[in-house]
Write a protein that binds this ligand. Structure first.
Ligand code: HMG
Length: 387
């Protein structure tokens, strides 16, 4: 059977963040509620000239620079914070990256989950066409109402993955465990900028979906719990990953080893929820922050999207994987960010709303190569600063 999986993966997050200690001070609550209670230290904040397109292009650029664009004939863009009801965000990214015009391009949506079916579809495609590659991008801005219980679980970021029949980082297993149920735990009707959610209920449905997906994975002939060296979870906040790992170990009647999940939480603790990108940020964090050489080891992944869907699947780390990571770049990206004061956070949160037909020029703030310069005549104008 042809091996398929992740040739390389790269992430991007904006250069500004809010310390949750600043939010706690403002709300007059114990900062430990955030640092220990939900396991988060910082939330990433996009500028007004950054969005899912600019973050996606920033995440994908290093892949194209290192591996070239040859063979990429498909872009799958996963997001739940789409910028247009019709046009796929990946089309802007395709242009910014200078990909071949002979390319299919589509956007996928199912809350935080849709990058996982994108990855699975991409693996199936390259198994059929091993000479081709797929660019899978997950990009989202998680923004909740201010003073809501979700406020501390905001964040933003993008992960880009090059999927091919020559996986250099991770081979994706063929067996999945699946679960789907119609619930209202978190949703965002078209007329709203921020989601509606039932926070506590959502955490319970997440845990239920994990166990159901795990049972299905076992029923389909998946690996045993003991075969896994690491576990990666969708992380709306890092403590959710701890709860998930404890719940899965109990359900599998296996001894709990929290170290199997902790390396995956390091990046998420300081980025926040990046919805579709969140589990792949956890995967990047696992690969880049595990001191142990993971070559040949199995990683179990659980992807969750409210509404709700869950998928448990496995991946095997390819020997030599460290040569294909962007660890130094990612660590520098996180280290070079700046903290904002509470009032600046409020200004960033209150992104200017585009008015029908009116021109909106956006302040030049993005630190990366790409920015949203304006919305003119209802058209988004993106700039490549290097062009
Ligand atoms: P909350 O009401 O802010 O917090 O809601 P809480 O009062 O439940 O406290 C949270 C934890 O902090 C508790 O621990 C407290 O005991 C502890 P737990 O009971 O969980 O073990 N705590 C403290 N610990 C130390 N020192 C202290 C202290 N005080 C309290 N002083 C909630 C938290 C996560 C519900 C809220 O932030 C929320 O609603 N977030 C948004 C929804 C969400 O993230 N849901 C997650 C599951 S659904 C999902 O993952 C999908 C999603 O990503 C969207 C998608 O799929 O598109 C959201």
């Amino acid at each position: 059977m042809i091996k398929t999986g992740i040739e390389a993966l790269s992430f991007y997050t904006p250069h500004r963040y809010l310390k949750l200690a600043t939010l706690a001070e403002r709300q007059g609550i114990d900062p430990e509620k955030f640092s220990r209670g939900i396991g988060q230290d910082k939330i990433a904040l996009p500028g007004h000239d950054e969005d899912i397109v600019t973050m996606a292009a920033e995440a994908a650029r290093p892949l194209i620079d290192r591996y070239g664009a040859d063979g990429i004939d498909t872009v799958l863009f996963a997001t739940e914070t789409g910028i247009d009801q019709s046009k796929a965000a990946g089309i802007y990214v395709h242009q910014l990256l200078g990909l071949s015009p002979n390319c299919r391009n589509v956007e996928l949506k199912q809350a935080c989950y849709s990058a996982t079916p994108a990855l699975q579809l991409a693996c199936s495609y390259v198994a059929r066409r091993p000479d081709r590659k797929v660019l899978v991008i997950a990009s989202d801005v998680a923004r909740y109402d201010r003073d809501s219980s979700g406020e501390a679980t905001q964040g933003a970021g993008a992960v880009a993955m090059l999927i091919s029949a020559e996986p250099k980082v991770l081979e994706i297993g063929a067996i999945s465990g699946l679960f789907c149920e119609d619930i209202m735990d978190f949703w965002r009707p078209n007329h709203r900028r921020t989601p509606l959610f039932d926070g506590k209920y959502s955490t319970l449905r997440y845990l239920n979906a994990l166990v159901e997906a795990w049972r299905d994975y076992q029923a389909n002939g998946g690996k045993a719990y003991e075969d896994f060296s690491r576990f990666c979870y969708h992380l709306p906040f890092s403590r959710m990953g701890e709860k998930a790992h404890r719940h899965l170990a109990k359900s599998a009647k296996a001894p709990l080893d929290m170290d199997q999940a902790l390396a995956g939480m390091e990046y998420n603790r300081v980025v926040g929820n990046a919805y579709t990108a969140s589990i792949y940020l956890a995967l990047t964090s696992t690969l880049e922050n595990s001191a142990e050489d993971l070559a040949g080891k199995s990683i179990g992944l659980f992807s969750y999207g409210s509404g709700a869907t869950g998928e448990f699947f496995d991946a095997t780390v390819v020997p030599g994987y460290r040569d294909h990571l962007f660890t130094d770049r990612h660590k520098a990206l996180l280290k070079d960010r700046v903290a904002v004061e509470y009032d600046d956070y409020v200004s960033l949160w209150d992104a200017p709303a585009a008015q029908d037909g009116a021109e909106l020029t956006l302040p030049d703030e993005a630190q990366g190569r790409y920015r949203l310069a304006s919305i003119n005549d209802n058209k988004r104008i993106y700039i490549d600063k290097n062009a």
